[in-house]
Design a protein around this ligand. Structure first.
Ligand SMILES: [Zn+2]
Length: 432
């Protein structure tokens, strides 16, 4: 089997030219590792095809726009502040990522879910393609409302998987320098709020308030995609992707979100973080005094964890409601990962799904970023459900592109399962 794979790869060398769908070879080197260049945006943002790098003229946020679909008028909308007149013709042009295929990755082990693999494109044998494995042999894979189901059960991603697929929604470090008076994204409605703006974030000092009072700073989401409506109209987070500037399609609301920030507390400081999953909210109270994390679902206790001891007074926190589970990480260590059954009520996405509250003492919250989960689209984008083969055959895998709106993958093929013999190897992350 190894011999036949080697013969096939040798045949691929002269056939490899600039490829339209997946990857193009960079050299004639044939060994364990094979360098290639990504030629399309179907795996953006982890693997980029040819693209332009845009520095937003208003907020300074840097984002990438693929060349797969040209944007009309050569203008790009900033995903961070919604400024629509970034001139694409002046943006820096970059080639696709250089990556390496590890051709021996699967000699002694089977491919795993989440692996990014290169394979011979089943729709065009002269090309290689790169996608992510989401379904394993004998599994039944379905998509429902943007989520992935394996054998009928929702696939709950770990924090590492979540971050690999997440899209940035807002980075508070980049605030618009607009002549228009744009409203703030993190806002307190309390006229006597103890929150003040600080470098890279906000700091608060508890004022004379009753015990248990929470001084909330709430996140308000704007519509940060091309639209005739004012960008500052509040709306729930959607699955728009700045990489696909030229693509016109109906967007889907996303309620699986991740909040990332750095918290610094005074000795007696206490802060709360709030996250809403479209039906209900979860609150995490972090106390410097007790060194304790206390999570509530609505008003009810949900989970607890000790705050790890650290040398630094600053704590990097990531809080997510993703795939019907709550994830809480300190630094890169997941301290709470707890699944739950959503409330039996209709989904009502809110434009204010996140909050940060000062509760006691003093402290600061900086480097605040909001991410959304991947939203898998069905093959033809018109319906919310897609059913894969039932089940996948022995030795066959279901592969999807991370950029669901652009990707030509298992969802579109006559035979969705990808046979193992078509695999060329595992693709290693690019170095940029
Ligand atoms: Zn911007």
């Amino acid at each position: 089997m190894i011999g036949s794979r080697r013969r096939r790869l040798l045949w691929l060398v002269p056939a490899a030219v600039v490829l339209s769908l997946g990857v193009a070879t960079l050299s004639r080197y044939q060994g364990i590792l094979r360098p290639v260049r990504i030629a399309s945006g179907s795996m953006a943002e982890q693997f980029l095809g040819p693209h332009r790098v845009v520095d937003c003229g208003e907020c300074g946020f840097k984002f990438r726009c693929g060349l797969d679909v040209e944007a009309p008028l050569q203008q790009a909308t900033c995903p961070n502040c919604g400024f629509q007149r970034n001139d694409l013709s002046k943006a820096m042009l970059r080639e696709g990522d250089r990556v390496v295929i590890d051709r021996w990755a699967y000699l002694f082990r089977d491919p795993q879910r989440g692996d990014v693999v290169a394979f011979v494109d089943p729709t065009n044998a002269s090309e290689l393609a790169v996608k992510r494995i989401v379904g394993l042999p004998q599994e039944t894979v379905t998509i429902r409302r943007g989520e992935l189901f394996i054998n009928g059960s929702l696939h709950r991603k770990s924090l590492v998987e979540t971050k690999a697929l997440a899209t940035l929604v807002h980075d508070d470090r980049f605030r618009p320098r607009s002549e228009q008076q744009l409203p703030s994204r993190w806002v307190s409605e309390d006229l006597e709020s103890g929150w003040t703006e600080a470098s890279n974030g906000y700091r608060w000092e508890a004022k004379d308030k009753p015990a248990g009072y929470s001084d909330w700073l709430m996140y308000r989401h704007w519509r940060c995609y091309t639209s005739p409506n004012p960008r500052t109209d509040e709306s729930p987070v959607a699955d728009n992707d700045a990489y696909n500037q030229g693509l016109s399609r109906q967007l889907c609301e996303v309620t699986d979100l991740l909040l990332s920030c750095d918290v610094e507390l005074a000795e007696d400081g206490e802060v709360a973080l709030l996250i809403h999953d479209g039906r209900e909210s979860f609150t995490v109270v972090i106390s410097a005094k007790s060194r304790w994390l206390d999570v509530r679902r609505g008003e009810e206790p949900f989970a607890q964890a000790a705050l790890p001891n650290r040398n630094s007074s600053q704590t990097a926190i990531q809080l997510a409601v993703i795939d019907e589970q709550l994830l809480l990480a300190i630094g890169d260590a997941t301290v709470i990962r707890q699944a739950y059954t959503p409330l039996d009520r209709p989904l009502q996405p809110t434009s204010r799904p996140l909050g940060i509250a000062g509760r006691r003492g003093a402290g600061s919250v900086t480097n605040i970023r909001v991410y959304r989960d991947i939203y898998y689209l069905n093959a033809f984008r018109g319906d919310w459900a897609w059913d894969g083969p039932n089940p996948l055959s022995d030795g066959c895998y279901l592969v999807l592109g991370d950029n669901s709106a652009l990707s030509n993958d298992s969802r579109h093929w006559a035979t969705p399962g990808l046979c193992r013999k078509m695999l060329v190897g595992k693709v290693l992350l690019p170095r940029r």
